[in-house]
Write a new protein. Structure first.
Length: 334
């Protein structure tokens, strides 16, 4: 893992070797073939294989045949995320940190410095993981994912909240595809499993009056966190894929899948607008027709959920028949 963004470019041969292994789905690849494909000597290939082994990859040397990748480390390395990734825009550049303050803060700085759309920042641990409204996101090392993605969407600043649909649906799809869990989305930015919070989303934006410069989509998902790692004073009961599903999740596999899902949803969003993603969000939210309480700094409002509008506002029908649109707050089901 690296604290230096420049590290990404330095490991391209390793990355290409992993891509070749990936394409062979566990078959042996000969040293001669690797050397021919990558235009480097067989001794150089051998050295790169050793570097990969030092980075935690288990690679078998099969006498007189070649090399076979047996397993990848559960570490965030740019190569283990980008090798063979099937995306159009997202994940072409990935920065991995062993520890950072907040992946959102790092991604924001990279975006200000001109990082391209789709750049991903990942950390093994965060020392100042951010929730909404100055809250803290618990970010212990080695167990979860803390990711931020830079987008530069052609939207008006007021439309930026539509993007939360993308990350929420992508997280829900990924959990569903990698486990038998049934995630539900809770407005505005939580993913729940069995009513407990498994993931949180935090979008941050840099914009001018008529134009978005960039949006940082921050995503925290609890994968292998144990019950003892959660303090007792959380606002809502929390869970992880390990606690809820009893499975230990390969974190790089989760991140790759998540980036692919986000990429697909973002493409749909750019081509077809927000409606398809919003409809899937609503289906997965299990909030339609439910009575809820929405608390914000200014007020507490109760009502029945009638939908979600195109900028992500929650539409409520109040007891007196009035319709209300809520743009921020914390929701609990009644
Ligand atoms: C959120 O805020 O749910 C947004 C969380 C976003 C975290 C990601 S991690 C990658 C990126 N970089 C960052 O610095 N942040 C983003 P909110 O709705 O305000 O929820 C925060 C509340 O959830 C806290 O006040 C706690 O009560 C609770 N909480 C904190 N850590 C948690 C965790 N790991 N799992 C479940 N609940 C947690």
């Amino acid at each position: 893992m690296s604290n230096k963004p420049g590290h990404v470019a330095e490991i391209s041969i390793d990355q290409r070797i992993l891509e070749i292994f990936h394409g062979r789905c566990g078959d042996v690849v000969s040293g001669a073939e690797l050397s021919g494909l990558l235009h480097v000597s067989r001794t150089a290939i051998w050295k790169h294989i050793n570097t990969l082994k030092k980075n935690g990859y288990t690679i078998e040397s099969v006498p007189s045949r070649g090399y076979r990748l047996l397993s990848a480390p559960d570490l965030f390395l740019p190569v283990s995320i980008t090798a063979g990734l099937q995306t159009r825009r997202l994940g072409k550049k990935v920065f991995c940190f062993k520890e950072t303050t907040s992946t959102n803060a790092v991604a924001y700085k990279l975006a200000e410095d001109g990082a391209p759309e789709g750049t991903v920042v990942l950390a093994d641990a965060q020392t100042s993981g951010k929730g909404r409204l100055g809250r803290v996101w618990l970010s212990p090392p080695g167990v979860n994912i803390y990711a931020s993605v830079i987008l530069r969407p052609p939207l008006l600043p007021v439309e930026a909240s539509q993007l939360t649909f993308i990350s929420a649906v992508a997280v829900a799809r990924t959990i569903e595809k990698l486990s038998s869990l049934e995630p539900a989305i809770k407005w505005p930015n939580d993913i729940l499993v069995n009513g407990n919070k498994i993931a949180g989303l935090l979008n941050e934006m840099s914009a001018e009056t008529e134009r978005i410069n960039f949006v940082i989509m921050g995503i925290g998902v609890n994968l292998n966190m144990t019950a003892e790692q959660f303090p007792e004073d959380l606002r809502y009961p929390a869970t992880s894929m390990l606690i809820a599903g009893g499975i230990c999740v390969d974190r790089s596999r989760f991140v790759r899948r998540l980036i692919e899902e986000m990429d697909e949803l973002y493409n749909t969003f750019l081509v077809q607008g927000d409606v398809p993603v919003r409809e899937e969000w609503l289906r997965r939210s299990q909030m339609q027709g439910r009575m809820v309480k929405v608390s914000s700094a200014e007020s507490v409002i109760c009502g029945m959920v009638t939908g979600i509008d195109h900028i992500g506002g929650l539409l409520l029908k109040l007891d007196d028949g009035r319709e209300e649109r809520i743009l921020s707050g914390d929701v609990s089901l009644l």
